[in-house]
Design a protein around this ligand. Sequence first.
Ligand code: NAD
Length: 511
Amino acid sequence: MTELGSAKGAGEAALAAPAYDTQRHYIGGAFRTAARGGTFESLDPATNEVVAVVADGTPEDVDRAVTAARRAFDESPWPHLKAEQRAAVLRRIAALIRVHSDEFVEREVRDIGMPISQMHGLAARSADNFDYYAGVITELHGRAFQVGDEFLNYTIRKPVGVAGLIMPWNAPLMLSTWRIAPALAAGNTIVLKPAEWSPLSSTHLAAVLEEAGVPPGVFNLVHGYGETAGAPLSAHPGVDLIAFTGECGTGEKVIAAGAPTLKRSSVELGGKSPVVVFEDADPELVVDAALAQIFTMNGQRCTAGSRLLVQRSLYERIVTDVAERAKTIRIGDPFDPRTELGPLITVEHYERVLGYIRSAREEGARLLAGGGRPSGFEVGNYLEATVLADVRPDMRVFQEEIFGPVLVATPFDTEEEAIRLSNATQYGLAAYVWTKDIQRGHRVAHAIDTGMCWINSHNVRDLRVPFGGVKRSGIGREGGEYAFDFYCETEIVHVALGSHRIPRLGLGDDE
Ligand code: NAD
């Protein structure tokens, strides 16, 4: 077992990254092929050529990983260390991610087609996640409740046990580190199941964690498909909690699978977030923000501002300006630093997004920009930045998450109508309100059914603030110290300070 504190080379570029083209599981401190020997291929979205052959996880692999994590939780010192000792390991992980940042960026861009100019920030954020949670865990404390001179009650925080993390493909490194960091900081052990479409960065991350001194079994990784690796993880009796990020329907299955063993779960799901623009808003800022909010991350972003709701007097100007700028967004090779919009993740997803555009046109929406494959891009899953106007609430593109570079716009007349339209979907993840009237800004933010609302701002988030959705966008809050409400148990200790009266039963007539 790696001795804690004896990291192999934190801060130095000593780590030999695991082979790029062969992605194996990482279980009990060793890279392993799949128990049944199966593999699947991972494709480059820019070419649809094979970039990696990946171990195909099955219930046997999941069981091995959970067994390793269980043993590490029950027998290793990890859960019992002082917070500062675990924090030191987390800080080394952060340092190593920074040292290997180019490698992480390279893998992730190749894997998911994220424009490289946007990926650098996400890699930096991934390192920050570990530094941040190293700080929080050393500050975390319980509460004491004094009950006169008779009792003292106090709370302590304890790790929950084995954490199953099931992650999506749209920002794998950033989203998984945002869970791994607090889960480890709290003293849990982990089994990570990355999405089958984006395996590359997680294997490298396993090597980084080992290099930083995470003991064998504390972090485990099982690649594979949802049905064959995700489902057994979410049902495994050895798993105590599941952090799931992905689609609503999958979230339902994950919660149901965990129900027989009463697993604690945090589910971060889809969104159809409104950008609400009142006529007193600054039109230039609104256009910049509307474009950034839907077309960064290739539109594959859970908090994307995918519905543009504009007060009628400003509507035509905003949708026209947004559409004109959308037409000049630079589409291209995600490795080109000038690229603003890269390819979508897979052919299957690309076809799905095109289907939404088709349905909107059939239902009478006005296509103002994009709508198809850009000229000059015959291979790869490239799609133009697309703007659809005059979209009605009964259309599929108003109601359903497209998860691509497609913005739908709808006019409104009054504040009440803006709120009604904002709330007219099953989702409630994020909202963006634009107005110079400060009272209206707050009023509308409070009235929208949403987990998060930004006023006169695009999506910027400090690591300290909670994150999560309402309605079908999820259950629970992660982020900041709120993460420890999920990754820790709170135990309450009741102490009698002196003598107090205890009801005396069973004394019969002697009382
Ligand atoms: P998905 O639900 O298809 O897959 C997510 C993960 O679940 C993958 O690892 C997949 O293999 C696994 N999975 C699939 N079926 C499973 C099953 N039956 N049991 C257990 N695991 C299973 O989602 P996706 O397509 O990877 O991601 C896109 C979705 O994620 C979008 O809806 C997006 O909005 C959402 N998302 C939400 C947030 C958030 O924080 N709210 C962040 C990013 C993405």
